[in-house]
Design a protein around this ligand. Structure first.
Ligand SMILES: Nc1ncnc2c1ncn2[C@@H]1O[C@H](COP(=O)(O)OP(=O)(O)OP(=O)(O)O)[C@@H](O)[C@H]1O
Length: 272
């Protein structure tokens, strides 16, 4: 199945500023995701990871800076060409209408369809293959709105796969997934012939599955580079305020983070 396959396209974000209601949310961010690699954006809650991704997939207009995918400025590119260049899996996609899973995944084919053209044999095969790839083939005729959070996440991933885009953006893709599905998803994205830019909370997943990490803190990129040399205990203490040690992963021998207990830092216990 080769329909619409293209070589991976690199993603380049330069000097990006995003302000919402006059407040700087992302400031001066430069993120380079080379073609064919996996780049994880990590950082504490509210550090600007989702906003950065939103600027890349044109859900949030930057106040300054540029975003290129494969050398094309996404903010100067037609919507259909953008849809062919990158697929997106976000946490809150409002697919509330009463579509089946097959119909949801078929939406990934729309950048390749004419206004009045229906589904081609290639489209049908790609949709079936994409559902199969995320282990959801048996759900093809089920209604999307009746699925569990993890099942929905897998169908939305299948839609992104069906789009056959040379760059894929994922915002917290392991959210809602059980441990087997998390491992399957991260293994799968490493095998995709695409450039992957994803926001992740699990630092061990970033260490194990990303070629590069981009570390955000308070809207700025505070570090970036190869995962193993960038995600250090010193950096985690500075950015996440946690005490971490690196041990050998007993399965792979690679680096694995363990964290010291820090008690409740969110507030004082109530009196009762
Ligand atoms: N539409 C908006 N209006 C106002 N503030 C916003 C908006 N979107 C994001 N923010 C604020 O911008 C900051 C960054 O949000 P963002 O969602 O990008 O962070 P994040 O790093 O993805 O966080 P998390 O890890 O919690 O998902 C937060 O303080 C958030 O409250």
């Amino acid at each position: 199945m080769t329909a619409n396959r293209r070589a991976p396209l690199g993603i380049a974000v330069r000097d990006l500023d995003v302000a919402i209601d006059g407040r700087a949310i992302v400031s001066g961010a430069t993120v380079l995701a080379p073609a064919g690699t996996v780049t994880a954006v990590i950082g504490p809650n509210g550090s600007g990871k989702s906003t950065l991704l939103r600027a890349v997939y044109r859900a949030c207009r930057p106040s300054s800076g540029t975003v290129h995918i494969g050398g094309q400025d996404v903010w100067q590119t037609r919507a259909r060409d953008n849809a062919r260049a990158r697929a997106v899996v976000t946490q809150h996609q409002g697919e509330s209408a009463d579509f089946t899973c097959r119909e949801i995944v078929d939406m990934g084919r729309s950048p390749y369809k004419g206004l009045l053209s229906g589904e081609s044999a290639d489209d049908r095969l790609i949709v079936a293959e994409s559902l199969e790839r995320v282990g959801m083939a048996a759900f093809a005729d089920r209604h999307f709105q009746n699925l569990s959070g993890g099942e929905r996440q897998r169908v939305l991933l299948a839609r992104a796969l069906a789009q056959r885009a040379p760059a894929i953006l994922l915002d917290e893709p392991t959210n809602h997934l059980d441990v087997e599905s998390q491992i399957a998803l991260l293994g799968m994205i490493g095998d995709l012939d695409a450039t992957i830019l994803l926001a992740l909370h699990d630092l061990n997943q970033a260490l194990a599955h990303a070629d590069h990490v981009v570390v955000m803190g308070a809207g700025r990129v505070v570090a970036a580079g190869p995962a193993e040399s960038t995600v250090t205990p010193g950096l985690l203490a500075e950015v996440f305020r946690v005490d971490a040690r690196i041990v050998a992963d007993p399965f792979t021998g690679g680096p694995h983070l363990v964290f010291a207990s820090i008690g409740n830092r969110w507030g004082s216990p109530s009196d009762h």
